[in-house]
Design a protein around this ligand. Structure first.
Ligand code: NDP
Ligand code: MG
Length: 385
């Protein structure tokens, strides 16, 4: 029996995690489920799964949560602080599936309490990677990557023999605009950007896949998870999303993890780790898939990837700035306030604007994050159309 907490339970990754748990109910005890404002979703999940605690981030919904759960054994609490507390309730395993920098404090808290943290919240590693990995080491916590590429690398990597790794290759689907000419990409709408060819995901990460910023954030994530050095990290476009990433060793062997494009596969790997568990995912039919294509990413049409590479190379606060500016740019694009290509331009301008030193604490990361968001918001007017 493993006790589990799921932060961001109402989201895409959170619900996939609960789907697997529901199919293996006898193996898991649920400690806490959290959401921000999807009160109906949280009430439904808390009623169905009976966690010890249900947490709503937005306190305006707390009364409704209390009413709905009155008479059950589920404790209803609310507020940002309550989400951080939920991360340290002593579960054996925690899924960090909050989107954005809101995940930083809870993830840090879970690492400090020495648990197994299944990390989907990539922003935690992008903005505060050095602090997070150091906290995991200091407190004996285990970080299991959920992001499909990093989960693939984790499965292929002999972590105790990093000196035998020649390079790590992250695959990118290329997103919905992979073969679109630049002029058509310029007028892409939010609906087109969110329509990912292979994966069904939350809106923000879907837009990031369309700009290739997602792959840039993942390069930074990989840099912290697998310390082989930035020069040994590469990206290749693989439109079928069947090979989820690869590790090349010094003898020329390349190990890859293949699977259907279903997040329940990497999530199951972390849920059962170090064992494996069955999933209901469609099995990969190689003969039906027929072929695997690979191509180099086009940094001209997808400049976000180059921006992320530069931010990683510069280090310090740059990755946190990149992430924050990108969140503002993506939200503005989704609200139709800026165009698709403006996302990368805006992020580039914010990055060029200033360069604070490397943050030494989560508070410092969040301050840099706020500052970069302000800078990005100030620039939106310039792009508004
Ligand atoms: P969703 O937008 O579907 O879900 C986000 C979850 O986080 C929801 O439960 C949401 O609650 C909660 N949340 C959002 N903002 C806050 C906040 N400020 N405070 C507390 N909780 C909050 O996202 P995804 O599931 O797609 O992604 C989650 C994370 O996993 C992201 O970091 C993403 O990059 C990463 N990831 C996702 C993949 C995918 O396939 N979806 C693949 C790889 C990584 P509410 O519903 O109430 O708003
Ligand atoms: Mg990914």
């Amino acid at each position: 029996m493993r006790s589990v907490t799921i932060l961001g339970a109402t989201g895409s990754v959170g619900r996939s995690t609960l789907d697997l748990i529901e199919r293996n109910r006898e193996r898991f005890e649920i400690v806490a489920l959290t959401a921000r404002r999807d009160i109906d979703g949280l009430i439904e999940l808390a009623t169905r799964f009976q966690p010890r605690r249900a947490v709503i981030g937005d306190e305006a919904h707390l009364l409704r949560l209390r009413d709905a759960l009155a008479g059950t054994d589920v404790e209803a609490v609310g507020g940002e602080g309550a989400i951080v507390e939920a991360a340290a309730m002593g579960a054996d395993w925690m899924m960090a599936a909050i989107v954005g920098t809101a995940g930083l404090r809870p993830v840090m808290r879970a690492l400090e309490s020495g648990q197994i943290v299944a990390l989907a919240n990539k922003e935690a590693l992008v903005s505060a990677g050095a602090l997070m990995t150091e906290a995991a080491r200091r407190h004996g916590a285990t970080l299991l990557p959920v992001d499909s590429e990093h989960n693939a690398i984790f499965q292929c990597l002999h972590a105790d023999r990093l000196e035998t790794v020649r390079r790590i290759v992250l695959t990118a689907s290329g997103g919905p605009f992979r073969s679109w000419p630049l002029e058509r990409i310029r007028t892409a709408t939010p609906a087109e950007a969110v329509a990912h060819p292979n994966w069904s995901m939350g809106a923000k990460i879907s837009v990031d896949s369309a700009t290739l910023m997602n792959k840039g954030l993942e390069l930074i994530e990989a840099f912290h998870l697998f310390p082989v050095g930035v020069e040994r990290l590469e990206v290749v476009v693989h439109p079928q999303s069947i090979v989820h990433s690869l590790v090349e060793y010094v003898d020329g062997s390349l190990l890859a993890q293949l699977g259907p494009p279903d997040m329940r596969v990497p999530i199951a790997y972390t849920l059962a780790w170090p064992e494996r568990m069955e999933t209901p995912c469609q099995r990969l039919d190689l003969a039906a898939a027929g072929r695997l294509d690979f191509e180099a990413p086009d940094l001209g049409r997808f400049p976000a990837l180059a921006l992320a590479k530069a931010a990683l190379a510069e280090g310090g606060a740059k990755p946190a700035i990149l992430n924050a500016a990108n969140e503002i740019a993506v939200a503005s694009f989704l609200e139709c306030r800026i165009g698709f290509l403006d996302i990368a331009t805006l992020v580039g301008e914010v990055l060029a604007g200033y360069a604070p030193g490397a943050p030494g604490s989560i508070d410092a990361v969040l301050e840099i994050d706020r500052e970069a968001r302000r800078a990005a918001t100030d620039l939106i007017g310039k792009f508004a159309h």
